[in-house]
Structures are given as C-alpha cells and as structure tokens.
Design a protein around this ligand. Structure first.
Ligand code: NAD
Length: 262
C-alpha cells in the first residue's frame, strides 16, 4: 500500500509532461493518491488530460483555472466539492513573469506591472488557493505544497523579478504555516534545482544554469522531476506530519556550496 493511500490531492500547474507538477502527480499516483487537476487555458487542456489519464484520475476532475482570477479559483473548489467530501492536499506549481524581465539587469528590466504580475501569479495565488480550499482541507490534517528556487535567497543572474516573487512565496509559506497550523494544516515548499521545463525556458541563459549546476553541485548532476515528485509526495503525506513552514531543497545539494566553480 502506498503512503498516500486514501489521500485526495489537487494538482495545479501542469503544462507539459516535463512540468515539475507532472513528476509530482506521477509520484503521488504511484503512492495511492486520488488526483484532481487544473489547466491554465484551453491550449494546455489536452496535455493535462493525458497526464491525468496516466495517473488513473477521474476525467471529471480536470478543471480550468487561471490563478490570477479568484472567480476561477473558487469555481475549482466549488466543482471539486461536488465530487469529493474533502481535500487532503493542494500542490501549487505555478509561476509567471514577463519574459523580457528574466534577462539582463534587474533594475533596468523590472517594471511596476511585471513586478505585480510576478508576485500575484507566483506568490499570492498560493495564498488564494489556501483561502478557497481551506474549508475542504479542514479536519483532515491536510497540507499545501509549493515550488520555489534558490533565487529567492540569493541573487542569481537573469532570475531577477522571479527571485523577488519566490522570496515572497517562501515568506508566504511561513505565514500560511503559522496561520493554518492551529487547524492541523501543514504548508511547505520544495526548492528545486534547475530543470528544463517550459517556464524555465523563459529564463535568460537557462542552459548555463543547468551546466553550472551539473559541474558544481555536490552530486555533480541536476535533479529530475521524479526526484522532486518523490519529496513532494513525502511532504504531503502523513510521514511528514511533523514538518510545516519548511523549504526543502531538492537540488543535488547545490545550495550548500559557496565557491566551487569547476
Ligand atoms: P512549467 O512551465 O511546466 O509549469 C509552470 C506552470 O505555471 C504551467 O503549468 C503554467 O500553466 C502555470 N501558470 C503560469 N501562469 C498561470 C496562471 N495565470 N494561471 C494558472 N497557471 C499558470 O514549469 P515548471 O518548471 O514545472 O514550474 C513549476 C514550478 O516550479 C514554478 O513555480 C517554478 O518557478 C518552479 N521551479 C522550477 C524550476 C525549474 O528549473 N524548472 C526550479 C525551481 C522551481
């Protein structure tokens, strides 16, 4: 029996089979979780449906959701509540910043609008999902999980406004954990190393980040979506019942290295 047997999980953030959320969905399904999914727009719908099918999910549990809209977030939870009597976890694997702001000088590229959009979609939406989903999560020792990156803590070339949004996201994890802890709801993040996905392709010189990580992380390689998926599944399971408000690195150890260019 898998360690997520009997758990009901909503997965937000699949855009392709390379998405980190796809790795999380497969790991969770393998461990026995029942899954529901969202897709950002019609263009991505069929890709999400395919992954849902691979995970053995009910085709009725795939909903549209642009997380910049409270109406769409509330509609997902409303629809889900007509199928499920509760929810054990929500996985938030979503980020956005205007592409032109993910290269070059932070000060030169950042704009008021870009800053607001990056923080709204990449950070606030995690709290928005918690607000909407709280009633379904209540009374089940539920948990929420999001995805971050080292650029939240350190200045990383080209990551720019997304690093600012990830810093907000990591603070949001701690405030959400403190706020929801009394109700037994846990909140955590995985800080993943660089992985080639659609979102990552928008970051200037992303190939350089991958190559640098491969040369300089203690394990001398990058991580996979399956490795991130396994840790995400653990953090959302009862095995992690004592962990909340944490940022857990799945980055082949890259974050511990100071100077070490090979
Ligand atoms: P991805 O492109 O596969 O996933 C990003 C998702 O965000 C997509 O599914 C997209 O539809 C969704 N999204 C963007 N704007 C949205 C909106 N307005 N409404 C709803 N959904 C929206 O890329 P990924 O790398 O799997 O990214 C998932 C998460 O992992 C992101 O938070 C990202 O910052 C984080 N992360 C990625 C890496 C990496 O190197 N790939 C490393 C660390 C953290």
């Amino acid at each position: 029996m898998g360690f997520l047997q009997g758990k009901k999980v909503l997965i937000v953030g699949i855009a392709s089979n390379r998405s980190i959320a796809a790795g999380i969905a497969h790991a969770m399904a393998r461990e026995g979780a029942e899954l529901a999914f969202t897709y950002q727009n019609e263009k991505l719908k069929s890709r999400v449906e395919k992954i849902a099918e691979e995970c053995g999910a009910d085709a009725n549990l795939i909903f549209p959701c642009d997380v910049s809209s409270d109406t769409e977030i509330n509609a997902v939870i409303d629809s889900l509540s007509s199928h499920w009597d509760g929810l054990d976890s929500i996985v938030h694997s979503v980020a956005f910043a205007p592409r032109e702001q993910l290269q070059g000088s932070f000060v030169d590229s950042v704009t008021r609008e870009g800053f607001a959009a990056a923080n709204d979609i990449s950070a606030y939406s995690f709290a928005a999902l918690a607000k909407a989903g709280k009633s379904m999560l209540a009374g089940r020792q539920g948990s929420l999980l999001t995805l971050s990156y080292l650029g939240a803590e350190k200045a990383i070339e080209n990551y720019n406004v997304m690093g600012v949004a990830k810093a907000a996201l990591e603070a949001t994890v701690r405030y959400m954990a403190y706020s929801l802890g009394p109700e037994g709801i846990r909140v955590n993040a995985v800080s993943a190393g660089p992985i080639k996905t659609l979102a990552a392709a928008g970051i200037g010189d992303f190939g350089k980040m991958l190559a640098y990580g491969e040369r300089n992380s203690p394990l001398r390689r990058n991580v996979t979506i399956d490795e991130v998926g396994n840790v995400a599944a653990f953090l959302c399971s009862d095995l992690a019942s004592g962990i909340t408000g944490e940022i857990t690195y799945v980055d082949a150890g890259y974050n511990i290295v100071g100077i070490g260019d090979k």
